[in-house]
Every structure is written in structure tokens, then in C-alpha cells.
Design a binder for this molecule. Structure first.
Ligand code: HPA
Ligand code: ZN
Length: 326
């Protein structure tokens, strides 16, 4: 079978990866020891066995607990370096990495510690593997817009170390319009804009991410299939969707990978892409997302080329750079 080889070998961009979601249980334990942080699990195996989720919130609870071992700039560097090394072996040529500063500043970690550690790993990835890596700061939507503004203010002295902002965490009950003012401010600063929408939430959240927040890309967006007019809008405006199939399976957005609508999105002409979301928690990095999804749904080599092409089209790299890959 040649398709898995094609999927693994093709150059690709990853546009939806939460760096805290790349923290493997082994590294959680190593950092807990290094920093003398107590964690309520006796072993790596016991921690990994707790990774059984019923929805987004059940995952977020354990994901935030895992991030509590991160304290120093070196911790953030080590976490990002491990992800970037892994991405390089999956033939990722470019990656746009989400990070959640509020998860760390709430524990007393300075935002400079977070951003400087992650950024140094991105600089080194370019040197070591020729892998281009940039950062996108995500606001936690279960917190207030005031809190997001305070985070933006803390981050602005490091403005040259991240390219944009996103919106993540608990979707239901926290619609995009809750963050209208802070996204308008980010837009005026020339930051690139993305938001999670339509993972568990309704198509209305995708509409407001586009029309109120004015985002350039939708993270997940798989619920758009329930709204024909929205599908037309996404296709016409070539709004990329950063789809994460293994995440959707593990968080029960789809009962089974075979039920995933990635093929339907592509066949409707949408700029859908494949991404890993939180690979340490969902059982696979980007190539595993490609191979398992193709095996389960019967997508073809033509879909593979389209997805690789879409990943560069949907990225924030310069147009001149994109032509190198496309
Ligand atoms: N959805 C929302 N917030 C998140 C996710 C996700 O899939 N992963 C990490 N934070
Ligand atoms: Zn996500």
C-alpha cells in the first residue's frame, strides 16, 4: 500500500497544535521531578490511563493539570523542542504553534518565561531541521475579555515573537462575540486572527468568528456541515478549516473515525487541513492523523495532495515562500 508512504513523506504545514498538548506523560513526570511539583499520579502508565475522554471539557481538565509542571524558560523550551523534533520527522516544513499564556500566568509564571522559551525553540528548529515555526497566542474563552486584554498587554513587549492570536478552551457557552473588543484591538495591531469554532459549538459560532472577530481561519469548524449557507461562505472566501480528526474521535465529536466529515468538507471545495491538536493526549502526531483518517474513511491520493496544498495555502507564510511548496 503506497498511500501511507505518500501521506508520511509529503511536505506539509501544521496549523493547529497546542504546544501544551504535546507534553508527553514522560516529560510531565521528568519536569515534575526537576521542579519538585506534586502530581496526583503514581506513574507514567497511571497518568496515560487517565486519558479517556467523553467530551472537550473532560479533556481540558486533565490538560490544564498536566501543564502545571511547566515553570522555567527551559521547561517551555524543552516541551517545544520535543514537539518540533517530532514534527520534523513527520515532514512538517512549517508549523504555527498555539500556546495558552493564561494557563501559566495564573500560576505565577511570567509571560516572558513562556514566550522566550517557546520562541528560542522555534529559532533553533529553523537552524537544526530547516523547519519554520511561528507562535500564535491563544486567549482562554472560559475567562473574561478583561483577562484577555490584560494578557495582551503583558505580551505586547514581546510582539515580535508571535504572529497572531487565537481563541481556545471551553467552547459551549463562550461564543466568539464575548471577545469582540480584544480581537478588534489585535486586528488594529496587525496580528493575524484565528479562533476555535464549531468543534462542539453550533454553526452560529463560526459565523460570529468570521463576522464579529474577523478571523482569517477557523480551528476545527467541522459543525459547518449543518449549515449550507455557511459552507458556501467558507468555500467562496477560501476560509481554511484546521481539522483535527483524532481529536474529534477522542472527544467524541464523531462516534468513530469512519464517520468523520473531512472528505465531505474537501469534496465541497473547502480549504480543509489535517492537524494533530493535542498529540500527546489524542494518540498521534500529524502523520498518524493522516494515515488513520485515510484508512478509516477511504480518502484517495488526490485528497492527500489537496490537503498538503491546503496546509500551505492556509498558512501565514509569505506568498513567495508558499510557491516553494506548492
Ligand atoms: N479545543 C478547545 N481548546 C483546546 C483544544 C481544543 O481542541 N485543545 C487545547 N485547547
Ligand atoms: Zn485546538
Amino acid at each position: 500500500e503506497r498511500l501511507p508512504e505518500l501521506l508520511r513523506g509529503m511536505p506539509k504545514a501544521e496549523l493547529h497544535i497546542h504546544i501544551e498538548g504535546s507534553l508527553e506523560p514522560e516529560l510531565i513526570f521528568a519536569l515534575a521531578q526537576r521542579n519538585r511539583v506534586a502530581i496526583p499520579y503514581a506513574s507514567v502508565e497511571e497518568l496515560r490511563s487517565a486519558y479517556a475522554f467523553s467530551n472537550l471539557q473532560s479533556f481540558l481538565d486533565i490538560y490544564y493539570a498536566g501543564a502545571s509542571v511547566l515553570l522555567t524558560e527551559q521547561d517551555f523550551y524543552d516541551m517545544a523542542h520535543a514537539y518540533l523534533a517530532r514534527a520534523a520527522t513527520d515532514n512538517v516544513a512549517h508549523t504555527e504553534i498555539f500556546f495558552d499564556p493564561q494557563t501559566h500566568t495564573a500560576r505565577g509564571v511570567a509571560i516572558d518565561t513562556v514566550i522566550n522559551g517557546l520562541h528560542r525553540a522555534c529559532v533553533d528548529a529553523q537552524k537544526q531541521w530547516g523547519l519554520s515555526a511561528v507562535l500564535i497566542l491563544c486567549f482562554l474563552r472560559h475567562l473574561s475579555e478583561e483577562d484577555a486584554f490584560a494578557t495582551l498587554e503583558q505580551a505586547l513587549p514581546l510582539r515580535d515573537k508571535f504572529i497572531g492570536v487565537g481563541l481556545d478552551s471551553s467552547e459551549l457557552g463562550h461564543p466568539p462575540e464575548k471577545f469582540a473588543k480584544v480581537f478588534a484591538k489585535c486586528r488594529s495591531l496587525g496580528l493575524r486572527l484565528v479562533a476555535h469554532a464549531g468543534e462542539e459549538g453550533p454553526p452560529a459560532y463560526i459565523w460570529s468568528a468570521l463576522d464579529v472577530l474577523k478571523v482569517e481561519r477557523i480551528d476545527h469548524g467541522v459543525q459547518s456541515v449543518h449549515d449550507a449557507l455557511l459552507m458556501q461562505r467558507l468555500a467562496q472566501d477560501r476560509i481554511p478549516l484546521t481539522v483535527c480528526p483524532l481529536s474529534n474521535q477522542k472527544l467524541r465529536v464523531f462516534p468513530d473515525l469512519a464517520d468523520h466529515n473531512l472528505g465531505a468538507l474537501l469534496d465541497a471545495g473547502l480549504v480543509a487541513t489535517v492537524n494533530s491538536d493535542d498529540p500527546a493526549y489524542f494518540g498521534g502526531y500529524i502523520n498518524e492523523n493522516f494515515t488513520q483518517t485515510f484508512a478509516a474513511t477511504g480518502l484517495t491520493a488526490q485528497h492527500a495532495y489537496q490537503l498538503a496544498y491546503n496546509s500551505f495555502e492556509g498558512s501565514f507564510i509569505e506568498a513567495s515562500q508558499k510557491r516553494v511548496f506548492q
